[in-house]
Design a protein around this ligand. Structure first.
Ligand SMILES: C[S@@+](CC[C@H](N)C(=O)[O-])C[C@H]1O[C@@H](n2cnc3c(N)ncnc32)[C@H](O)[C@@H]1O
Length: 208
């Protein structure tokens, strides 16, 4: 067996066991799923640290008691959200990919975290089931530009309806195509462009 073959086998078995996978193992799981579901993932690798800092630096953590994350993937944002969140706050993460759901459930044992397997469109029912009330902050990395327009609108309307009046919806995307849909649904939408290394990122800050 070559050295590379051995490395890939070790990563695969680490991913299969779902016991706190290392960053390379999580990146491998993510990349493997990108080749199976490119439109659902929208990117072949998880978000880099610099993007996570850029997005989470915009959240008012002292005011965030109910936080929701759409499309957590293998949990790079999720771990950092938990690190910054108040001890009594709750985090609901909603993910469509079953392998990522397994990975998240196995790797982040925090009683404030609730991992749901489903679509962001179900956010209303999922929050109600948790008895959390409305959300103070919703963070989204789902690829809005590669999904059908009707699915995008459904998620955006559901999101707007579950936010606190002073709540925020933070969206990061590799394209600005979602902007007109955001403007149709939210009262206020601010947008920012950042070049993070070679990565062009659009950030949208929406108020209901
Ligand atoms: C670009 S990846 C972002 C992953 C992670 N947040 C990160 O930044 O590394 C998009 C994620 O959204 C998930 N996703 C796509 N559509 C979704 C939907 N309708 N509801 C919930 N998750 C979705 C994908 O499975 C994938 O994990």
């Amino acid at each position: 067996m070559t050295r590379m073959g051995g490395f890939i086998r070790a990563l695969k078995s680490e991913v299969r066991s779902y016991a706190v996978p290392s960053r390379p193992a999580r990146t491998f799981l993510f990349a493997r799923n990108f080749f199976k579901h490119p439109k659902m993932l929208g990117s072949p690798i998880p978000s880099p640290k610099v993007l996570i800092e850029e997005v989470l630096g915009r959240v008012e953590w002292p005011a965030a008691r109910v936080v929701v994350e759409y499309g957590p993937g293998v949990g790079d944002f999720t771990g950092e959200i938990l690190r910054r969140m108040r001890p009594e706050a709750q985090l609901l993460v909603i993910e469509t990919n079953d392998e990522f759901v397994e990975c998240l459930r196995g790797s982040l044992p925090d009683p404030r975290l609730h991992v749901a397997h489903g679509s962001a469109a179900e956010v209303g029912n999922l929050l109600a089931r948790l008895g959390c009330g409305r959300a103070d902050c919703i963070i989204s990395g789902i690829p809005f530009s590669t999904m059908p327009g009707s699915a995008r609108e459904e998620i955006l309307k559901a999101t707007c309806s579950v936010l606190q009046p002073q709540g925020n919806f933070l969206v990061y995307q590799y394209s600005r195509r979602v902007f007109p849909s955001l403007k149709r649904v939210f009262r206020e939408v601010r947008r920012d462009f950042r070049l993070l290394g070679f990565l062009p990122i659009w950030l949208f800050h929406c108020a209901p």
